[in-house]
Design a protein around this ligand. Structure first.
Ligand SMILES: Nc1ncnc2c1ncn2[C@@H]1O[C@H](COP(=O)(O)OP(=O)(O)O)[C@@H](O)[C@H]1O
Ligand SMILES: O=C(CO)[C@@H](O)[C@H](O)COP(=O)(O)O
Length: 481
């Protein structure tokens, strides 16, 4: 038995690159055990993963946690948003999942926005103007390119739903993750029948949307499951909404997350409806809202540039006037799904370290540009920006965000905030508490605050200028595509 004070709970983060599991003492927030196992994502034209890999990774991560996982009284799954999981009548994947960073459905996104009333109508109805990341555009792409896969589909799920269902045997989701599909109306908090009919998706194929604080189910009676039978299963949610829970986030505090995706968001009491599409109007996992902007190119893109240059990721150098837009995967913010990377301002005296710094600057530029848009107008501009995700551990990322934001930056010591948020949601099921209050009780956001430095407006303006001048290049793909 563990020496925990309270019951144990398990929080899971099944994100793009790996699945992480934490066993947490619900009384204190102490992490009793942890585990992590990687996934693979296809490269080339699309971005796909076999959902069965997520399950295997979950089992492996829990195996690493040892007996503590079997003692857990409740579990919750947080996961990468938007991915289209199609299941057949046996609950097996019809094909690999189309992930959030797969931009092949860019054309379908443009068409759907036009066909269903334009950007303003979409933002009013669903909270967001769907780009290629949204599940509805992926379903439309699949219907066009693989109609046989659509015909074979008996259930449509998001990544976190897929794992939750394998535990409980019931198809469920939550409002946070449902809000990233494009077929959930944030105005009515229900599936949007007009959109579903338009894309030929039967609502009966969709999971039930479990309310915040409701039990999604219990772990089934099956010997090969990594939990004891009867363990409570919480609704789970998308990874950004889970991290908001994990930070005990209140309105007015912005978060910048640096992982495969870069995201910037805040909790708001007002339902977002941005007709420009920069801000996605997600729901959070409690009953509030989570206006969020997301980039496709963050830590992986910058690490790739470092590898091309043969440099360690921390080997940045200041100075020079080189600009690098690291849009290796196309881009979502700004909305340039066909873009590739652009380099401008190279000179004889440009150093490799300056080029690497330019990649960091280019990756952070759009996120900071959206920062004011996700915050309510009355938010205090001096509140520290919470920096999370794998990249938050890196000095070069920390210093880049500090310099380009001009804000104080707080780096929570807790590493896995998505998994911690899921654990807080599971703990809330046991105690009846608000999961964000659980996380505040656990003091998960504690960490050093880096003081504000003067904002480097010259660099931001230079990047904005290159973006604008390079627009024709960025809007089309390369000749080889
Ligand atoms: N010490 C570090 N410094 C900078 N970047 C790091 C560090 N550790 C991990 N990373 C980056 O974090 C990324 C993984 O972050 P994570 O938030 O776990 O991603 P995801 O949730 O998208 O799977 C990796 O791409 C890696 O580049
Ligand atoms: O698409 C979004 C948000 O809208 C991404 O944030 C995904 O949810 C993937 O997250 P990571 O795997 O990078 O954490």
């Amino acid at each position: 038995m563990s020496a925990a004070e309270g019951p144990l709970v398990v929080g899971v983060d099944t994100s793009t690159q790996s699945t992480k599991a934490l066993v947490v003492d619900a009384a204190t927030g102490q992490v009793v055990a942890s585990g992590q196992a990687p996934h693979t994502v296809t490269s080339g034209a699309g971005r796909e993963s076999d959902p069965r890999q997520w399950w295997d990774a979950l089992c492996e991560a829990l195996r690493q946690c040892g007996d503590a996982a079997h003692e857990a009284a409740a579990v919750s799954i947080g996961g990468q948003q938007h991915g289209l999981v199609t299941l057949d009548e046996r609950g097996e994947p019809v094909r690999p999942a189309l992930l959030w960073n797969d931009v092949r459905s860019a054309q379908q996104a443009v068409r759907l926005v036009e066909e269903l009333g334009g950007p303003k109508a979409w933002a009013e109805r669903t909270g967001s103007v769907p780009g290629a990341s949204f599940t509805v555009t992926k379903w439309a792409w699949l219907a066009e390119h693989e109609p046989e896969a659509v015909r074979a589909t008996r259930a449509v799920r998001l990544p976190h739903d897929y794992l939750t269902e394998r535990l409980t045997g019931q198809g469920t989701t939550d409002r946070g993750d449902a809000s990233g599909t494009g077929w959930w109306a944030s105005g009515t908090e229900a599936y949007d029948e007009e959109t579903l009919a338009h894309v030929g998706l039967d609502p009966a194929l969709l999971p039930r949307v479990v309310r915040p604080g409701e039990v999604a189910g219990t772990v089934r009676d099956s010997h090969d499951l990594p939990f004891s039978k009867g363990t409570l299963v919480a609704p789970g949610t998308g990874d950004n909404a889970a991290a908001a829970l994990g930070l005990g986030l209140r309105p007015g505090t912005p978060v910048l997350s640096l992982g495969t995706s870069g995201t910037v968001y805040a909790v708001s009491r007002r339902r977002p409806t941005d007709p420009t599409g920069t801000v996605a109007g997600f729901a959070d996992a409690r009953g509030d809202w989570l206006p969020l902007a997301c980039t496709l190119n963050c830590t992986l893109a910058v690490d790739r540039v470092a590898a091309l240059l043969g440099l360690d990721r921390e080997a940045v150098e200041p100075g020079g006037s080189v600009t690098l837009l690291p849009y290796l995967d196309g881009e979502r913010t700004p909305n340039l799904p066909h873009a590739s990377g652009v380099l401008h301002g190279l000179r004889h005296d440009t150093t490799a370290g300056q080029l690497l710094q330019a990649a960091y600057d280019g990756a952070v530029h759009a996120l900071l540009g959206a920062l004011d848009l996700v915050l309510d107008e009355d938010a205090d501009r001096d509140t520290p920006l919470l920096l999370i995700g794998g990249g938050a551990r890196g000095t070069a990322w920390q210093q880049t965000v500090r310099r380009l934001s001009g804000r104080p930056v707080q780096v929570p010591e807790a590493r896995e905030l998505v998994a911690l948020g899921a654990a807080a949601q599971a703990a809330g099921l046991l105690t009846g508490e608000d999961p964000a209050a659980v996380a505040r009780r656990w003091n998960t956001a504690a960490g050093p605050v880096l003081e504000a430095v003067e904002r480097d407006r010259a660099t931001l303006d230079r990047i904005t200028g290159v973006l604008s001048d390079a627009a024709p290049l960025l809007e089309r793909g390369t000749d080889t595509e």
